[in-house]
Design a protein around this ligand. Structure first.
Ligand code: F6R
Length: 612
C-alpha cells in the first residue's frame, strides 16, 4: 500500500524513480510524485497515475542524481495534487515520502500548530515532515538523521519513509516500522524501494530493513542504526528476480497473464517437492517444525481476503486427511481478540505479499503466546517470511494484478502438500490414498491447461451476464471457499455486488435474492455433494434464477437444467478447488473488461495492504 522509491548515485535519478514507481504502481495508484536534490529541493506531484506524473514532469527534471518518489493509496485525505507525496515541510527544509499511518497525527499536528506550523494538505505525512523540521530547527548542530530519529520517537503508528533535506545535499535518510523498505546496493549508488521489484534490474544485493531501523544513504557509504541510536549489523541478501516476469508479455493485462500462468506456477510450487515418483513430499522449510505440527492438537490458520479463502480450503484438507482440528481466522479479527493459544498450538499465516499489516500483527500475537508460527508466502524476503519460525514459499512468481489469482492456487497447492505430508507422518491416510492424491495434485497443471484453452466459451458467458447488478456464488465442501473466492474476484474488479455462500445455506436467507435477473454461479462437479447441489440448483431454477454451472466434463444431468455450463476435467474433490477456481477468475476478468473496468488496478484497492 503506497510505493516508495529512491536513488542516490551518479545516474540521472528521475528515469530511475519513474521506472521504479511504475513497477510499484500495483501498491497504490491515486496520485504520485517525486522530489529531487539538484542544488535546490525540487518537488513534483500529481493526482492520477504514474504516467500522468511523468507527463507533468517531462522536461522539468532532467538533472539531479538524488531523489525519492511515491505512488499513493489514500488513507488521510482524498486523492488530490495537494495530498500526493512527497510532502514538503512548512519552511521547505525537508521533503518526505511515507507509507503507513501516523496514528497520533492529530495530537502532533495540534502541538506543531502551537509552534506556528500551518498545513497545506490533509495528510498525516505532512505532520511528520513538519515534526522533523521542527526538531531540525531547534539546534544548529542537528543533522537531518538526528531530527528524523527524534521525530520518529514521538510517532505512534506505522511508517516506511524516505527523507531529503535541502541543506544536506548528498544524503537520503530512510526508516521503517511496520511498512517494508528494501535498500539495493550498487557500486557507488543505492536504491530504495517498498519491495525489491524496482531494484532487481540494477543489483541483486539488497538489505531488508527491520522495524525501527534508520539508514543513511550517501554515494560513498551506507550506515544503519535504529530509532534508539544503537548500531545495527548489516545483513545483505541476494535476490533472484526475473525482470521479464514483471512485464505483461503478450497479454493486455497482468491479471490475464497471471491466470494463464497457473499451470506453470503450480508446477513451480511443487517442483522439487514431489519426489521419488511422487511417493514423497519434501518441504525443507518445515523440516524442523514437523514434529510440532504432528503433535499439535489444533492448527490455527490466519490470512486476509484471498489468502483466507486458501486457509478455508486447508481446513477441509487437514481435517479430512490429517485428522486435526483446524480454526481459520481473519487476521484483522484475530489480532484484537483474546485468543486462547499456547506453545502446543501451531499457527499457519498465509500471505501473498508477506507484508499485510493485519497478518503481521496476528503473527506477533501468536508468537507472544508461544505458538509455533509458520508462514506460507510468495514474496521472498518479505517481513512474514523473516518473522516466522519456519515456512514454505509458494514460488508463484511476482503477482502484479491486484486481484490475486496465481498466488491463490499456489497457496492451495502448498497447503495440500502440507496436509498430505502431515497425514502420512501421522498415519491417518493409507499409502494408496496418499499416492493417489499426490498423483492427482501432479496432474492439475495439465488439467488447468485444458480449462484455459476453453477461454472463448467463458468470454461468451461473460457477455451474457456483464450487465448484472448482483450475483450469487454457491459451492459445498471443498468448493464452498471457491464460491467465496469467485464472488470476491467478481466484486473487486467489476464492482458487481457478489455474494459467496455455502449452497446448503441458501435456503436460510439468500434465496430471497433470486429472481430472473440474478446470475447464480454454482460450482457443481461430481463429488459427494453433487446430488445435494443439484437440489440447490432446482431451488434456484424454480424461482427463475439464471444458473451458470461449473461441472465435471461429460456431466449430462445438469445440461438441460441450467442456463450455461462450463466443464472442468474430472479430478479428486480434494484438489478440485485448483481447477474450479480458474473459470471463475476468467469470468470475472471478462465481465470486468466488458464493463470497461481497469482489471489490474481496480478502484479503491491496492495490492499490499500494509496499513490497518
Ligand atoms: C483479493 C486480494 C486480497 C488479498 C489480501 C491479502 O484478490 O488480493 O484479498 O488476498 O489483501 O493479501 P496478502 O495475501 O498479500 O496478505
Amino acid at each position: 500500500m503506497c510505493g516508495i522509491v529512491g536513488y542516490i548515485g551518479d545516474k540521472k535519478a528521475f528515469p530511475i524513480l519513474i521506472g521504479g514507481l511504475k513497477r510499484l504502481e500495483y501498491r497504490g495508484y491515486d496520485s504520485a510524485g517525486v522530489a529531487l536534490l539538484n542544488g535546490s529541493l525540487e518537488n513534483y506531484k500529481k493526482k492520477g497515475k504514474v504516467s500522468d506524473l511523468e507527463a507533468f514532469v517531462a522536461g522539468k527534471a532532467d538533472d539531479g542524481t538524488i531523489g525519492i518518489g511515491h505512488t499513493r493509496w489514500a488513507t488521510h485525505g482524498e486523492p488530490s495534487d495537494k495530498n500526493a507525496h512527497p510532502h514538503v515541510s512548512m519552511n521547505g527544509h525537508f521533503s518526505i515520502v511515507h507509507n503507513g499511518i501516523i496514528e497520533n497525527y492529530a495530537q502532533l499536528k495540534r502541538d506543531l500548530e502551537t509552534h506556528g506550523y500551518t498545513f497545506a494538505s490533509d495528510t498525516d505525512t505532512e505532520v511528520l515532515a513538519n515534526l522533523i523540521e521542527y526538531f531540525y530547527l531547534q539546534d544548529d548542530e542537528m543533522s537531518s538523521e538526528a531530527a528524523v530519529q527524534l521525530a520518529l520517537s514521538k510517532v505512534v503508528g506505522a511508517y516506511g519513509i524516505a527523507v531529503l533535506c535541502k541543506k544536506e545535499t548528498e544524503k537520503i535518510v530512510v526508516a521503517r516500522k511496520g511498512s517494508p523498505l528494501v535498500v539495493g546496493l550498487g557500486s557507488g549508488e543505492y536504491f530504495i524501494a517498498s519491495d525489491a521489484s524496482p531494484i532487481a534490474e540494477y543489483t541483486n544485493q539488497v538489505i531488508y530493513l527491520n522495524d525501527e531501523d534508520i539508514a543513511i544513504l550517501q554515494k560513498d557509504g551506507f550506515t544503519l542504526s535504529n530509532v534508539q541510536n544503537t548500531p545495527v549489523s548489516l545483513k545483505i541478501s541476494n535476490i533472484d528476480m526475473e525482470i521479464g516476469a514483471m512485464d505483461k508479455g503478450d497479454y493486455d493485462y497482468f491479471m490475464l497473464k497471471e491466470i494463464h500462468e497457473q499451470p506453470k506456477t503450480i508446477e513451480e510450487t511443487f517442483r522439487g517437492r514431489l519426489q521419488n515418483d511422487y511417493s514423497e513430499i519434501v518441504l525443507g522449510g518445515l523440516l524442523n517444525v514437523f514434529p510440532k505440527i504432528e503433535a499439535a492438537k489444533r492448527i490455527v490458520i490466519i490470512g486476509c481476503g484471498t489468502s483466507w479463502h486458501a486457509g478455508l480450503i486447508a481446513e477441509y484438507l487437514f481435517e479430512e486427511y490429517a485428522q486435526v482440528s483446524v480454526e481459520v481466522e481473519y487476521a484483522s479479527e484475530f489480532r484484537y481478540r483474546k485468543p486462547v493459544l499456547s506453545s502446543d498450538d501451531v499457527v499457519i499465516l498465509i500471505s501473498q505479499s508477506g507484508e499485510t499489516a493485519d497478518t503481521l500483527a496476528a503473527l506477533e500475537l501468536a508468537k507472544s503466546k508461544g505458538a509455533t508460527v509458520i508462514g506460507i508466502c510468495n514474496v521472498v524476503g518479505s517481513t512474514l517470511s523473516r518473522e516466522t519460525e519456519a515456512g514454505v514459499y509458494t514460488h508463484a512468481g511476482v503477482e502484479i494484478g491486484v486481484a490475486s489469482t496465481k498466488a491463490f492456487t499456489a497457496q492451495v497447492t502448498v497447503l495440500t502438500m502440507i496436509a498430505l505430508k502431515l497425514a502420512k507422518r501421522k498415519g491417518t491416510i493409507s499409502n494408496d490414498d496418499y499416492k493417489m492424491l499426490v498423483k492427482e495434485l501432479a496432474e492439475i497443471p495439465e488439467k488447468g491447461r485444458a480449462i484455459l484453452s476453453d477461454g472463448e466459451k467463458i468470454k461468451a458467458i461473460a457477455e451474457k451476464y456483464h450487465e448484472a447488478v448482483n450475483a450469487l456464488y454457491l459451492g459445498r465442501g471443498y468448493l464452498f471457499p471457491v464460491a467465496l473466492e469467485g464472488a470476491l474476484k467478481l466484486k473487486e474488479i467489476s464492482y458487481i455486488h457478489a455474494e459467496g455462500y455455502a449452497a446448503g445455506e441458501m435456503k436460510h436467507g439468500p434465496i430471497a435474492l433470486v429472481d430472473n435477473n440474478l446470475p447464480v454461479v454454482v460450482v457443481a462437479p461430481q463429488d459427494d455433494y453433487y446430488e445435494k447441489v443439484v437440489s440447490n440448483i432446482q431451488e434456484v431454477k424454480a424461482r427463475k434464477g439464471n444458473v451458470i454451472a461449473i461441472v465435471t466434463e461429460g456431466d449430462k444431468g445438469l445440461k438441460e437444467m441450467v442456463n450455461d455450463i462450463i466443464e472442468i476435467p474430472k479430478s479428486h474433490p480434494a484438489v478440485a478447488p485448483l481447477l474450479a477456481v480458474i473459470p471463475l477468475q476468467l469470468m470475472a476478468y471478462h465481465i470486468a473488461l466488458l464493463k470497461g473496468c481497469n482489471v489490474d488496478q481496480p478502484r479503491n484497492l491496492a495490492k499490499s495492504v500494509t496499513v490497518e
